[in-house]
Design a protein around this ligand. Structure first.
Ligand code: GLC
Length: 442
């Protein structure tokens, strides 16, 4: 019995692996991915009718916390009466982010623009009566910030989508291809609309888990998008037909193997506006951000505006604090590459693209010395990023004839401390070389 369960688990693991195999050859997309790799920080915006009552976006009716008719009553309360897309774009720019991703339609099926594919949009069915995507993208583009469109493949309001409640009986797509085809025409029609009207630089699909690549026609979806904009980047939630991975809320413990990845994360414990005060502190956000970048990834930090279009003060504060930290330390973050492998330094690191500068990130209280192992370079200079102060160091344990490089101790006086994370820059004599041998003569 145990053996059977074991082999079933192994088979399903292999299946998941096969399913998750990306279909895209990384070398074919390297060039278009460059801005994304350099950008490091994006801002995610979950805006939708769920902000009216401040309940879980779409999931609240799916999980039956609220009935579907009651959820939909929120349409009447979505006003956007204080929506100021220029102010949103200013705040995003201030945070240091290089791209933003906004919900064009969540799983509830309510389009945030004037879709012609049905009447369920904030333009036709709410007092807001306007498209919120176009003016926002215009403001972002004025500030050189790349524009991303979140689009939920799942549509729990569409009559031809199979099942909108957690346990509602779903029709079998295989048994009713006419019905499924009607839905496919609908969602692919919306993708064409978004593509032609807003020309997103990045597509952020969601909900691919409910159907296979064949059922979504992921390859076709990809080609519709790339026909409109060959440089568009697609996130990985397209059953293998996207360009990068999206670990959600989950900070990878060891460095992910993906070429490109982005941690998407809430700033409290919800994506949309909610009555939830468990805000992350700027210190927590900055340390998570640094950790992602040091592991070769990006952070997509979420905010959830209110139904009137204003952004909660706590979120504004987080973005502003993150922005001032970025302003001071941007050199160690933007346009860098992931740092050295764990074990050489007890903390996050990044490298300049030519790998002749190594940045060390020191969390919290620093006062005393920090140590670096296995650095096979000469350090030309150590400075504090953002204030330029020079620091001294010494190398111990280096025997002239041995390949072991010894340990580097850097003196860190308490008065250089940043309020959140202090950054040191080590200028090296040549591209970084690490010693990972066993000691002795090898
Ligand atoms: C999940 C959820 C969704 C949320 C998204 C953001 O996939 O279904 O509600 O928008 O994560 O990453």
């Amino acid at each position: 019995m145990i053996k059977r369960i074991f082999s079933a688990v192994i088979i399903s693991l292999i299946f998941i692996q096969i399913q998750a195999q990306p279909k895209i050859d990384p070398s074919s997309i390297r060039e278009k991915m460059q801005w994304f790799a350099d950008a490091k920080l994006g801002i995610f915006i979950h805006t939708g009718i769920y902000a009216v009552d401040g309940i879980d976006e779409s999931w609240s009716f799916h999980n039956k916390k609220i009935s579907y008719p009651d959820y939909m009553k929120q349409l009447k309360g979505f006003t956007l009466k204080n929506y100021d897309p220029a102010a949103w774009a200013d705040l995003i720019q201030q945070s240091g982010a290089r791209y933003a991703v906004v919900t064009t339609k969540h799983h509830d099926g309510v389009a945030m623009y004037d879709t012609k594919m049905n009447d369920l949009s904030i333009v036709k069915s709410t007092p807001a009566k306007k498209d919120m995507i176009k003016p926002f993208f215009e403001e972002l583009r004025k500030r050189n910030i790349k524009c991303g469109a979140y689009y939920s493949l799942i549509d729990w309001s569409h009559p031809d989508y199979p099942g909108f409640l957690k346990d509602s009986s779903k029709y079998q797509v295989e048994k009713d291809y006419d019905r499924w085809n009607r839905f496919r025409k609908f969602f692919q029609g919306q993708i064409s609309e978004i593509s032609t009207q807003f020309k997103p630089d990045l597509w952020w699909f969601d909900g691919d888990w409910e159907h296979s690549a064949e059922q979504w026609e992921s390859e076709k979806v990809r080609s519709i998008i790339l026909a409109g904009n060959p440089k568009a980047i697609l996130n990985g939630r397209l059953q293998g037909w996207g360009d990068y991975d999206t670990p959600e809320q989950n900070f990878p413990v060891s460095r992910p193997k993906f070429n490109w990845w982005e941690l998407c994360m809430t700033s409290n414990d919800n994506w949309g506006f909610h009555h939830d005060n468990n805000w992350k502190t700027p210190y927590e956000i900055i340390t998570i951000f640094v950790d992602a970048v040091s592991n070769g990834g990006n952070l997509l930090l979420d905010m959830g505006p209110k139904e009137d279009g204003t952004i909660p003060d706590e979120q504004v504060n987080i973005l502003k604090e993150l922005g001032s930290w970025n302003k001071k330390h941007g050199e160690a973050i933007f346009n860098t590459v992931g740092g050295i492998p764990q074990g050489h330094f007890y903390g996050p690191t990044t490298l300049s693209k030519d790998s002749t500068s190594l940045y060390l990130f020191l969390h919290g209280n620093v006062n005393g010395t920090v140590m670096l192992k296995g650095l096979n370079n000469k350090i030309e200079e150590i400075s504090v990023v953002g204030n330029g102060q020079k620091l001294t160091h010494k190398v111990v344990g280096k025997i002239s004839w041995s390949p072991v490089p010894g340990l580097v101790y850097i003196d860190v006086p308490g008065d250089i401390k940043d309020k959140y994370v202090t950054v040191l820059k080590l200028k090296l004599d040549k591209p970084i070389k690490l010693y990972r041998g066993q000691g002795g003569l090898n």
